[in-house]
Design a protein around this ligand. Structure first.
Ligand SMILES: [Fe+2]
Ligand SMILES: [Fe+2]
Length: 322
């Protein structure tokens, strides 16, 4: 079994730090602080640990296919990848528009530690009340000044660690004019500094334009563990670690049936594209769903990313993962 912490084996003795190899340290899973004593290796010296946090973010869950993919697969992924914290965007989980309380409970029961929403946050009207009773659900920071719920929150993770999650809506090509997302995210990151108040920070930027998402990635670089885009329902192939240590992907993609037009049964969208005349409502496609998102490992001392992988599990997309 892989060790749950990585000891950099930097012996701190009377003479000061001595460089050592980065051998894995099989310490018991009890390191809730950055520095621990290693009985197996230390022999009277102190070792400095770089304990990792393993995070998974899943993009917009669309309809029954998306919900089924999450409920069928997330528990196994949590165990197989030793995940510490999971965020799932649920803004399209109920009939492709919004999130009902029952479906929110199903996603939480399936293994989500936090559910985020988006521009469809309150398409299901019951969410207006439910979000006030369920702190694990976040709506965008800049949705509206009077919106119920919160746009950012600090969550607890195993080992006494803290994870900040924040979501903001972009402004480019969006249907409604939202307040400035950059100042909104900046205030949250300043209030919960990475590597001090929190061991990991996840910023979700929910919008159309990849340029705006990249701008948010660089705006947060070094101050967040992960900046990830959502809303387009198509994953981008640009997962990377930015120069300051922030993992980034322009869009996580959706959890849903990719034999579709962004999760919807393809006939009605195609009719509207081809003829310009709508005939029916959009309904979610109901084939096998793919889980799509991003995996990030972080260093607790800094909160910065040490590893980032695109995630695609099941359904039609080519598989990817850690
Ligand atoms: Fe959206
Ligand atoms: Fe969406």
């Amino acid at each position: 079994m892989a060790p749950d912490c990585d000891c950099v084996n930097t012996a701190v003795g009377p003479g000061g730090a001595q460089a050592d190899s980065r051998r894995p340290c099989r310490c018991p899973d009890e390191a809730s602080q950055a520095q621990r004593r290693c009985d197996r290796l230390a022999l009277g010296t102190r070792h400095v640990y770089a304990r990792r946090m393993k995070l998974l973010f899943l993009g917009d869950v669309v309809g029954r296919s998306g919900r089924a993919a999450v409920t069928a697969r997330l528990a196994a992924l949590r165990a197989d990848w030793a995940l510490d914290f999971v965020v799932v965007n649920g803004e399209n989980a109920t009939s492709g528009a919004g999130l009902s309380p029952d479906h929110a409970k199903a996603l939480l029961d399936a293994g989500a530690d936090c559910i985020t929403l988006g521009d469809h946050a309150f398409d299901q009207k019951d969410m207006l009340r439910f979000i006030e009773t369920e702190p694990r659900i976040l709506r965008p920071l800049n949705y509206a000044k009077t919106a119920p719920g919160k746009g950012a929150r600090v969550f607890s993770a195993p080992g006494g660690r803290k994870v900040l999650v924040a979501q903001a809506l972009g402004q480019v090509f969006m249907k409604r004019p939202f307040d400035d997302p950059f100042s909104a995210v900046d205030a949250v990151l300043r209030a919960q500094p990475l590597g001090a108040a929190v061991q990991a920070a996840i910023v979700e930027v929910h919008c159309e334009a990849t340029s705006e998402k990249m701008g948010m990635g660089h705006w947060c670089d070094g101050r967040a563990s992960l900046v990830v885009g959502t809303h387009t329902h198509v994953p981008t192939a640009d997962a990377m670690i930015l120069p300051g240590g922030t993992a980034y992907q322009s869009d996580a993609g959706m959890c849903g049936d990719y034999n579709s037009v962004i999760g919807m049964d393809k006939l009605e969208p195609m009719r509207r594209f081809v003829t310009g005349m709508g005939k029916e409502r959009f309904t979610p496609a109901n084939g096998e769903g793919t889980l799509s998102g991003i995996y990030v490992a972080t260093d607790d001392r800094t909160g910065h990313a040490t590893d980032v992988r695109m995630v695609r599990v099941g359904g039609r997309l080519s598989p990817a993962g850690p």
